[in-house]
Design a binder for this molecule. Sequence first.
Ligand code: NDP
Length: 250
Amino acid sequence: MSGRMDGKVALVTGGSSGIGRATAIAFAKEGGKVVIAARRVPEGEETVRQIVEAGGEATFVQTDVTQALEVQTLVDRTLERYGRLDCAFNNAGSGKPGKLIELAEADWEQEMAVNLKSVWLCLKYEIPAMLRSGKGAIVNMSSQGGILGVPNYGAYAAAKGGVAALTRAAAAEYAANGIRINAVSPGAVETELWANAPAGMLEQVATGIPLQRVGQPNDIAEAVLWLCSAAAGFVTGQNLAIDGGYTTSN
Ligand code: NDP
């Protein structure tokens, strides 16, 4: 396998399903060596299996991204195995609905931990690894929910909006060190995240999207690949909406 990621080492959190799995596979198809992080072992190993079966190189490291020690170990294991870190997609996250006045304090803290603190922890350990080689590219997972006012997802929205702000600050802090840091904000993408949505919900959502369809994991993977590639060498601190035109028309 060879291409835009030849010789590069990429880390993908939340690589056990959905957008993370699609992006890990896309990195590997382009010649990258990929480290996949998530909590579910069989699903993480399945992503590795698909990559290896297609002739690529990948490793799974079981990781809870809300735990500092586990994220530190993840980056250490990446360096031990492949000797460097060139790209990271800090994608792991989840959203639980709940009206703001009904949320328990623990629910708020969980949304912040899995969607925002996790991204900071990843940056905290990935950036020193990239400083060693004097370059790197990081993409953080934000969301359309962090841009628009979405009812019933206030904690998730606040965390994802925080990711965009954290991305801008981190980009400004490390640009002079050759590290580019961007975010992506997908609209509705057909993944396990929608597994509990009522039947027909995604089809209904699609009718309100200017491009008349919901996103697929590969739509996001291709954008992340580009942001990590040399082709985006002058792009940093951005939050790229990938939503079929939804945020620009709402
Ligand atoms: P999935 O549910 O398929 O993927 C979520 C991934 O995050 C899984 O691999 C899961 O792995 C991982 N994850 C969750 N919590 C943790 C944790 N504590 N530690 C490590 N990994 C964790 O959904 P998507 O692919 O859709 O979601 C990926 C990202 O995209 C999320 O951040 C989501 O908020 C964001 N997003 C999704 C949109 C959509 O419509 N699908 C829209 C906008 C943003 P595991 O359970 O094995 O730990």
